[in-house]
Design a protein around this ligand. Structure first.
Ligand SMILES: Nc1ncnc2c1ncn2[C@@H]1O[C@H](COP(=O)(O)OP(=O)(O)OP(=O)(O)O)[C@@H](O)[C@H]1O
Length: 251
């Protein structure tokens, strides 16, 4: 069966990410208490959770941006890992190409940078200053910066959260296309249940410091509107959102 964008078949191989019993507290307040998670090469996982549930905290731990995570188990993450944030974090004093190859030391990094810019639709813009780019273009540049690193793992923290609805849809399609082409494993933090279902092969919901729900998404979900609706409902209730007509569970 032909692969659908965003519905990659993970190889039946060893996990590329493996964390067990990961914990993090701030000033005695437990935010993550017992996180167990594996991600396979090429697998696309979406991470949902209420505001403040610890999604970014988990992502930072995986990106090794937090030296104070604790846990009695392992935290295994590949070295060639790239991170995309809600804001593009482009440096305003560097032109676009210099921004996206910053820190890259290989001889061909500039040609890889030019190629990455072309792949995200910013070919010919390499000498532009970041403040001359639209919000969507800045996020494209941020994706190009990730691509240059040829990551085995892409960690994305609401990369499209600040974009308007139309640009967001375009960026989702671009991300799908790039993932098909380059096959990184992805952990995408999002607030958007539909985005999670559309893009990922597995959705996980974070609640009370633990993974409260894991849901596998069928590769042909776009052809299964009823299943999609059931998944949506399950995820929304795991997030504590109840639609009109449905009632919250009795405690
Ligand atoms: N450096 C820090 N110092 C103190 N508390 C922190 C720190 N970083 C995160 N927290 C707390 O940890 C909790 C989880 O934060 P985190 O940013 O991971 O949540 P989130 O799920 O990503 O939220 P949102 O969806 O609103 O972005 C919050 O209550 C936050 O205040």
């Amino acid at each position: 069966m032909a692969q659908q964008p965003g519905q990659l078949s993970p190889e039946k191989s060893e996990p590329i990410v493996s964390i067990s019993r990961l914990a993090r507290s701030f000033d005695g307040r437990q935010v993550l208490s017992n996180i167990n998670l594996t991600i396979k090469p090429g697998e696309f996982v979406a991470l949902l959770g209420r505001s403040g549930s610890g999604k970014s905290t988990l992502l930072k731990a995986l990106a090794h941006l937090d030296s104070q995570v604790a846990g009695s188990g392992a935290l295994r993450v590949p070295e060639n890992c790239a991170v995309a944030f809600q804001d593009s974090r482009l440096l305003p004093w560097l032109r676009l190409l210099d921004n996206i190859v910053l820190g890259e030391r290989s001889r061909n990094s500039r040609s890889r940078g030019l190629q990455a810019l072309a792949e995200v639709g910013l070919g010919g813009r390499e000498n532009d200053w970041p403040n001359t780019l639209s919000g969507g273009e800045q996020q494209r540049a941020a994706l190009a910066r990730c691509l240059v690193r040829q990551p085995a793992l892409l960690l994305a923290d609401e990369p499209f959260g600040a974009l308007d609805a139309l640009t967001r849809l375009n960026m989702q399609a671009l991300l799908q296309q790039l993932c098909l082409q380059h096959q990184p494993a992805v952990l995408l933090v999002t607030h958007d249940v539909d985005e999670a279902i559309s893009l990922s092969q597995r959705v996980i919901v974070l609640e009370n410091g633990e993974i409260a729900l894991e849901l596998a998404i069928e590769p042909d979900i776009h052809q299964l509107p009823e299943v999609r609706q059931q998944h949506r409902q399950r995820l929304l209730s795991a997030l504590g959102v109840y639609s009109v007509g449905s009632s919250p569970p009795a405690h």
